[in-house]
Design a protein around this ligand. Structure first.
Ligand code: SER
Length: 999
């Protein structure tokens, strides 16, 4: 027993107190974190017949209500809400969790204490109707006290004391259970909503809970300090009785079935068992802390000090860096990308900032430390090791981007901070959108941040919830934080839903009144193959509604445009990037041609023209068929898109789909690339690998899974930011010998890769820093594209040959070149598209040819100039009657040249005063040289040329650094062709008379 006085130093005094030394007395051998995790799992799975369901990724693929998986129960949400049937009724696992936003947000506290983390593991157990409160409490109590041998007298339990306002009773049943397990009443404590009512987020499953707390100080009763934020008296296990769900309107509603959801903080359990009061002192962090001073010379080793004792925040920064590196490694290896998740990017930039400013490592520290995360956690989560090179690639890319932003965008923000010192808390590097947001707020002279404007800050400027609140506070603008948070949540979810226009809305209302139900469209997937030919089955469909000009009607006369709603359809309506089918419905001797489809809340509108002789009425049955040719083309392009997505990952490492479009003609795929841009060699590789899969003839398997089954698969390719349904997810799998693709997708696909026939990339261009847009074609169209390519290569070769034989005149060559260039620059989706590789090759060839021809022409023309000057010189000498030798010459050949080197012309007459005028491309130039022996005050290069410059309204200047008496150039001047003859004559006259008079 400790003397009473020692309990006075309960509060945080900079260094954490030593833990009670009996905590793990029996566990010396077993207390390594990996053994603790294993023991937990063995206990539930082997000893108590639970089933292991592995940790889901931290990306909430099927849940738009949370940004990260924040508890073990997330993947079971559908079961808890009664929407999914559990595969196993008793489950246990260790789950990777991230808490950096929303209801459970620990981001800002991380590092300042020993137990908050952005990433942590939760040891969880669940009963979906198998057992309830009593058994759940018994199991937990036994594990802690019998297996992990934690002294019972160090434990406290809490229960929910009820909430009259929400009509929730105190959970006395729970209290009785704990009593029956032998826990003294003074250690069973009631708490309210904040502590003992667990909610997953603003909406979702919730319920009263009971918590087990551990006092690290020892067995003396400190019940009054439970839930008071002591660092050595902490909650360790939360056992939730999920009985309710919270709706969007805030109302709490009873669920049909109650379930058990328990979660124990793994890092905290390890700390307790390893006799540490800070989680950071366990073997989950030690290897990271140990290596930092080895990499960063002159940095003192990590010390477990806090608050004032950590006077320069070094050790706090150690903790933040280690915490953030764990979080980043886990998130990135689970396929999250910074572009789709602002929070992730912010945390990443903070880690880079600390590496640089505290640990003096400009590059690569986080990346290096991520290897240690894999060492520590890789055994429990193999995906960490599997995806580490991908993680490294993104870290590299983002760190470079961060440096770039840092040097370029901070100055403007600094200036703003001078007048707005309250914004100092906000880091422009973590959140570059701040600049625009600030300008917008000030520009609009806002007096308040309304929930709607708050959403704009999120949506347009990419700010997250925290920064928006901080910004409002910093600018002293009122913000209703609760209303804002709810508005943000609901808006985020709304953007994921369709937004019908008002006309559609009216129609929708009417249809709703008439109790229209979603069209049964499963028939779109009913197709097969007989003898290599695809068979699409037509179906009998009944007309439920006819719409003419936006109005419901009972029948329609022939040859009119209208919209039909059938009870069922075999046509695919645009979704998942694949465009809608066309089709036709046969009625007696008539046909309804369908050329457009629209999906409104699951009701599929078939738009088109009815051609026939008799009226068409509601209630009639039609034979509905898909346009098979178009559908097959969609299928080829869609399957090829999946292959392209996988192959790009193989060829470029870290990539992610940004968007995709599948049409009849081609596929278009926008992809984010972290690293070097996609090169011609990459495209060649991609085509080669896809070509191989096509030749291999790999079956394309489609199955229907729910979110739980989806998580049991490895290496699923998801679209970052996309939310998938909880049930009825179609999983499309291609298992080739060299490439595997496994993607949830609602589209229609070929049944075997050989049916793609051929694949050829027709376009690839950059869209901004890290995105590329690729277009490709498949099927017979790819063959045509290749033929177009062969043809154009032939044409280029012919052109080359003609140049070598000198058989083409320059004009002809230029025309042919321009024509070929326009063929090469064809749009990648055009009818005449050519292979992208040939486009690159062709453009380069043409460029080379052009250069060759140009330089050959230049040489030839140079000769012409020289000849002309020599002739002029001789002529002049012959003609000259006096001893006044000079030459004034208009260079006739200059009109044929693109540019003219006048020095070449004057050089030829180096012993004679010479003045040459040229006229190229509507521009007059002149140059004049006077050898020294001919110079005088009145006659020299400058005075002489000035006479001509005056005629052309220009000036005479010497070339840089030369004597104006020796040489001068006239500044080039544009002269209209109509005036040219007159001006030239005048120029020649003044120059000649001047020389005759003054020389
Ligand atoms: N869902 C509860 C929690 O996160 C128990 O797992 O604490």
């Amino acid at each position: 027993m400790l003397p009473l006085t020692q309990y006075k130093t309960l509060l945080f005094d900079g260094r954490l107190p030593k833990t009670y030394r009996y905590v793990s007395k029996y566990l010396n051998k077993d207390r390594l974190s990996k053994n603790v995790r294993q023991k937990f799992l063995d206990y539930y799975i082997n000893d108590n017949s639970h089933n292991f369901v592995r940790s889901s990724p931290v990306v909430p693929f099927c849940d738009p209500t949370v940004a990260f998986v924040n508890a073990g129960m997330n993947q079971f949400k559908g079961i808890l809400l009664g929407q999914q049937i559990p595969i196993h009724k008793k489950v246990a696992n260790s789950q990777k969790c991230v808490r950096v936003g929303g209801k459970h947000n620990d981001l800002n506290i991380v590092g300042t204490d020993g137990y908050h983390h952005t990433f942590f593991e939760m040891l969880g157990s669940w009963s979906f109707g198998a057992y309830y409160k009593k058994k759940a409490c018994e199991l937990a109590w036994k594990l802690l006290t019998d297996i992990f041998k934690i002294n019972k007298n160090m434990l406290y339990v809490t229960y929910f004391k009820g909430n009259p306002r929400l009509h929730l009773e105190p959970d006395l049943e729970c209290k009785e259970i704990w009593k029956s397990l032998g826990i003294p009443e003074d250690r069973i404590l009631p708490f309210g909503m904040d502590d003992n009512f667990w909610e997953m987020g603003a909406i979702g499953p919730c319920g009263p809970c009971t918590e087990i707390h551990v006092d690290m100080r020892g067995p003396t009763n400190r019940a009054k300090f439970v839930n008071k934020g002591l660092h050595d008296l902490q909650e360790i296990w939360n056992i939730v009785f999920i009985e309710y769900k919270r709706n969007e309107n805030g109302v709490i509603e009873k669920l049909p079935l109650a379930h058990i959801d328990t979660g124990m903080g793994f890092e905290r359990l390890c700390a307790i068992l390893q006799g540490k009061t800070s989680n950071y002192d366990t073997d989950l962090f030690a290897p990271i802390f140990n290596v930092i001073p080895k990499i960063c010379k002159d940095i003192p080793s990590y010390n477990s000090v806090f608050g004032e004792k950590d006077w320069n925040n070094l050790h706090t920064n150690y903790r933040i860096l280690a915490d953030h590196t764990r979080m980043l490694t886990v998130c990135l290896s689970d396929g999250m990308i910074p572009e789709a998740n602002q929070k992730l990017r912010r945390i990443m930039r903070k880690a880079f900032y600390i590496s640089d400013s505290v640990f003096k490592q400009e590059y690569g520290l986080v990346k290096e430390l991520s290897n240690f995360v894999v060492e520590i956690l890789g055994g429990a989560y193999p995906e960490l090791e599997r995806n580490i090179s991908y993680v490294h690639q993104i870290l590299d890319y983002e760190e470079n981007l961060y440096r770039y932003l840092r040097s370029s965008s901070t100055s403007e923000w600094k200036i703003i901070l001078e007048s707005e010192p309250n914004l100092n808390e906000l880091d422009i590097l973590e959140m570059p959108g701040l600049l625009g947001a600030y300008k917008n707020i000030r520009g609009c002279n806002l007096q308040e941040i309304t929930p709607e404007y708050g959403y704009k800050l999120y949506d347009t400027f990419g700010l997250d919830e925290d920064s928006i609140i901080k910004l409002a506070i910093g600018l002293q603008l009122p913000i209703d934080v609760d209303r804002f948070k709810i508005a943000l949540e609901t808006s985020k979810q709304k953007t994921n839903q369709q937004n019908p226009d008002s006309r559609t809305n009216n129609l929708l209302e009417k249809l709703e009144k008439l109790q229209a139900t979603p069209t049964d469209d499963k028939f779109k997937y009913r197709y097969g193959k007989i003898d290599q030919n695809y068979i699409f089955h037509g179906i009998e469909a009944k007309i439920l509604f006819i719409i003419k000009d936006g109005v419901l009607t009972n029948d329609i006369s022939p040859n009119q445009d209208c919209t039909l709603i059938f009870d069922r359809t075999t046509l695919y309506c645009e979704s998942g990037g694949q465009l809608s089918d066309s089709g036709y419905a046969i009625y007696k001797d008539g046909v309804f041609e369908i050329n457009e489809l629209e999906n409104i809340n699951g009701i599929i509108l078939h738009k088109g023209k009815f051609k026939g002789t008799q009226n068409l009425s509601v209630g009639e049955f039609l034979k509905l068929n898909v346009d098979e040719d178009k559908r097959l083309k969609h299928m080829r392009n869609h399957t090829a898109t999946h292959l392209l997505n996988s192959v790009l990952k193989k060829v470029k490492g870290a990539t992610c789909q940004k968007s995709s479009k599948v049409s009849e003609k081609c596929l278009s795929f926008d992809v984010g690339v972290f690293g070097d841009k996609i090169s011609a060699v990459d495209i060649k590789n991609v085509e080669k690998i896809i070509g191989d899969v096509i030749r291999e003839g790999v079956p394309v398997k489609t199955s229907e899974v729910d979110s739980l089954e989806l998580l049991t698969h490895d290496n699923i390719t998801m679209v970052p930011g996309e939310v998938y349904p909880e049930a009825g997810i179609r999983l499309v799998e291609i298992d080739g010998s060299n490439i595997t693709s496994r993607e949830p997708c609602c589209g229609t696909h070929v049944l075997n890769t050989s049916d793609i026939i051929d694949f050829c990339v027709t376009g690839c261009k950059s869209l901004g820093r890290s995105t590329a847009s690729i277009q490709a074609v498949t099927g017979y169209r790819a063959k045509i594209v290749r033929e177009n390519g062969v043809q154009i290569v032939d044409d280029i070769n012919t052109l080359k040959k003609n140049i070598n034989n000198n058989s083409d005149k320059p004009e002809l060559f230029n025309n042919k070149l321009a024509h070929l260039k326009s063929l090469l620059n064809v749009h990648p989706m055009d009818e005449d598209a050519i292979p992208f590789i040939i486009k690159l090759y062709g453009l380069e060839e043409l460029e080379n040819l052009n250069k060759r021809v140009k330089s050959a022409t230049k040489d030839a023309l140079k000769e012409i100039v020289e000849m002309e000057m020599k002739n002029a010189l001789e002529l002049n000498l012959m003609k000259s009657k006096s001893d006044k030798h000079f030459i004034v010459h208009y260079l006739r050949s200059s009109t044929m040249l693109e540019s003219i080197p006048l020095q070449k012309a004057t050089k030829i007459c180096s012993n004679t005063p010479v003045l040459v005028i040229s006229y190229t491309d509507s521009t007059v130039k002149a140059r004049c040289c006077v050898p020294e022996t001919f110079q005088s005050q009145v006659f020299n290069a400058q005075t002489w040329l000035s006479t001509v410059s005056m005629v052309f309204k220009s000036v005479a200047q010497p070339p840089k650094g030369q004597d104006p008496r020796n040489v001068c150039n006239m500044k080039p001047k544009h002269v209209n062709i109509r005036e040219w003859d007159t001006l030239l004559k005048e120029g020649i006259n003044v120059a000649t008379s001047f020389a005759e008079a003054k020389l």
